[in-house]
Design a protein around this ligand. Structure first.
Ligand code: PHE
Length: 380
């Protein structure tokens, strides 16, 4: 009894000392922290990304793990809230002792968390945050997707060239770094292609009534409406627009990607378009193999979130395999050297800004499913 109490006291002292020092002992295993929303209005983002990561980790471990050691995940739900993403990363690094991080999906969460990872010098790969600022947090912050100056250009071009649109309305979330960035790019690019922005209105994540914004838009009679938001609000906007008699196509970005968008939106987004990172319709052999394994395991085809999670985990594993040890600094160096990796979302080379330059696809919602329309290559 006495000894046990003594032991407990010692343990407490050790934990307190560790907390004071700001860090637990870092793992000597390939222990990876994952942070993303698994609950809340953007839960689809994290849940689907996690499925892709998990599939990759099982494949990696079946193929010998990281030089014989299995890659392990510690997963934190940040509920899609920037402050919680920050806390999650602090916890993963200081308490779990992870050697690298995968996260977040939404740019505002990655932007909040990146400075913590950078300060502690733990490499972080965002699978899918597209706001340009994310990787500017420092040399430990990477992503495996394209960025929004390109994604906004893609839909401006698609509107002008493919839809022959002359006028556009933009409806965006001014509380989201992602939405704000995409709206800015679109408003800059569309006029360069001969188009005119006839209405510019905002909302906030969590809003449920969009009638005032859509009534304003209706009055300007645009050829298209650009809605660079996330699926929860996009579905409500779609429904309300049709209810108000607006029939023109709506367009969005990767934030429309969700297993539940079509169910939430009903028929309201039928015929609408969004830009994305990948299409499950691809006939490239390695993509087909991924689509098959994912579908077999989860019962549905992988969307871009799953594909980017899968790619991010594989790129991290390959960097760890090349790394001389499992020190974050060594891993960081190897991630930066990623070159021509044959990912399912396209060939990935990490550029000096720690981003990946890749083509984008445009997808269309038709008959309750999402279909490939076209590919747009990076600008020269
Ligand atoms: N690109 C979005 C962001 O930065 C996140 C996202 C990526 C959502 C891919 C869905 C699919 O916020």
């Amino acid at each position: 009894m006495h000894i046990r109490r003594h032991g407990a006291a010692l343990l407490c002292a050790a934990i307190a000392a560790g907390l004071l020092a700001g860090c637990a002992k870092r793992s000597s295993e390939p222990l990876v922290g994952v942070f993303m929303p698994l609950t809340g209005p953007t839960a689809d983002f994290g849940l689907t990304t996690r499925d892709g990561i998990q599939l990759a980790v099982d494949e990696i471990n079946a193929a010998g793990g990281i030089n014989g050691k299995p890659m392990k995940l510690v997963i934190e739900d940040d509920r899609g809230i920037p402050a919680e993403a920050r806390t999650a990363v602090t916890k993963l690094v200081d308490q779990s002792g992870v050697v690298a991080l995968l996260g977040d999906v939404a740019s505002s969460n990655s932007l909040a968390a990146a400075p913590v990872a950078q300060m502690r010098k733990i490499p972080m790969i965002s699978p899918s945050s597209t706001n340009p600022e994310v990787t500017r947090a420092g040399d430990n912050i990477f992503r495996v997707c394209f960025i929004d100056p390109f994604q906004g250009y893609v839909m401006a071009r698609f509107a002008a060239e493919h839809l022959n649109a002359k006028t556009a309305a933009v409806l965006w979330d001014n509380g989201s770094d992602y939405s704000t960035g995409l709206a800015e790019v679109f408003k800059e690019e569309f006029p360069k292609m001969g188009g005119k922005i006839v209405c510019d209105v905002v909302f906030r994540a969590g809003d449920i009534d969009f009638s005032s914004q859509l009534t304003k838009i209706r009055a300007t009679n645009p050829d298209v409406i650009y809605v660079p938001g996330y699926y929860t609000e996009v579905a409500l906007i779609g429904r309300k627009a049709r209810e108000l008699g607006i029939t023109v196509p709506m367009m969005g970005g990767d934030g429309w990607t969700s297993a539940s968008l079509i169910e939430r939106a009903g028929n309201s987004l039928e015929g609408c378009y969004h830009s994305d990172h990948y299409s499950a319709d691809s006939d490239e052999p390695h993509v087909r193999k991924f689509v098959q394994s994912f579908t077999k395991r989860y019962g549905h085809a992988p969307n871009s979130l799953a594909a980017l999670g899968y790619d991010a985990a594989w790129i991290l594993a390959e960097a760890m395999r090349r790394s001389e040890d499992l020190e974050p600094a060594s891993i960081r160096k190897q991630i930066a050297q990623t070159k021509d990796y044959p990912a399912v979302t396209g060939k990935i080379t990490i550029n000096p800004e720690r981003n990946a330059e890749k083509s984008a696809v445009v997808l269309q919602i038709r008959g309750k499913a999402v279909h490939y329309v076209t590919t747009i290559e990076p600008r020269k």
